[in-house]
Design a protein around this ligand. Structure first.
Ligand SMILES: O=C(O)CCC(=O)C(=O)O
Length: 285
């Protein structure tokens, strides 16, 4: 049976810009996913990619590791995404956000869509899966309810080394932090968030690593507006618009042909990210 969201849940997502917690995987399944992550780390080391591994899993991990694609396409996860986006769904990126125990890594207040060249669209949703306990103490995400009703706002780059965002991007307006909601999740639970919601997360002061896997899903109506071309995997329905270069799932961890494609994709996407930087500099100063 389909595990669609209820009308109340969809209304809450549209009103608040987020929805959580949603039970997706049992704890045994989460253990298996974490074991796959460790196996992938070993495969990367065998391929001489040990140092690059943390960067390789921070964006587009679905192109390099079959288990990431399998998690993204689990019916109970995609049913929830389909409730928000409709029957035609593309997977644009899969990104691990890992904060080791007792580390200062944070994520500054930002709106996701600022950096991706995808415009201000409502046709994108992030499904963020907890692969560990995720508490305030371990640096859970925080959302400002209703902030997605605003447009994309100027951001500035802080280049803070402790920031998990590539340039330490930070929305350049006052954030009503006292209104923010803590997104605490148990392993196997999911949160959904809108691409314009203000969100951030603090350091991990707990004894355990905090591990999240964020999937960025789109409808085929979304277009890359900055880079000349962009890539996605079709995970449900059809793509009538053909705005995207479709990529097939990988068949083993870090195959050299997949790595080659991955590097080409990153290079092609760089234009959108760099362009975002130029616009932010322009609008923030
Ligand atoms: O995992 C985090 O702390 C932040 C994740 C995030 O910013 C996102 O998924 O958009």
């Amino acid at each position: 049976m389909k595990q669609s969201l209820t009308t109340e849940q969809i209304d809450a997502y549209r009103r608040d810009g987020y929805l959580f917690p949603l039970d997706v995987f049992a704890s045994g399944h989460v253990d298996a996913i974490r074991a796959e992550l460790e196996a992938a780390r070993r495969s990367a080391a065998d391929a001489g990619l040990e140092a690059e591994f943390p960067k390789l899993i921070r964006a587009n991990a679905q192109y390099l590791m079959p288990f990431v694609y399998h998690v993204a396409t689990a019916p109970q996860l995609l049913d929830r995404v389909e409730s928000i986006l409709g029957p035609d769904v593309l997977l644009w990126s899969a990104e691990f956000f890992i904060k080791a125990a007792h580390t200062d890594k944070i994520v500054s207040w930002h709106q996701d869509l600022t950096y991706w060249g995808l415009g201000e669209t409502d046709d994108e949703v992030t499904a963020w899966l907890a692969l560990s306990e995720v508490k305030v103490e371990s640096g859970c995400m925080r959302f400002v309810p209703g902030s997605h009703h605003q447009k994309l706002l100027p951001h500035r780059d802080t280049f803070d080394d402790n920031n998990l965002l590539s340039r330490g991007q930070q929305v350049a307006v006052e954030v009503e932090e006292d209104q923010a909601v803590d997104v605490e999740l148990h392993p196997g639970q999911l949160s959904l968030h809108h691409g314009r919601i203000f969100h951030a997360s603090g350091p991990n002061q707990s004894d355990q690593d905090r591990i999240g896997l964020a999937f960025r899903f789109l409808t085929p109506a979304v277009k890359q507006q900055v880079s000349e071309r962009d890539y996605a995997m079709q995970v449900r329905g059809i793509d009538a618009q053909q705005n995207w270069i479709h990529v097939a799932p990988p068949t083993r961890n870090f195959a050299s042909s997949d790595l080659e494609l991955y590097r080409r994709i990153r290079e092609d996407q760089r234009e959108a990210l760099a362009n975002g930087a130029a616009q932010e500099m322009h609008s923030a100063y």
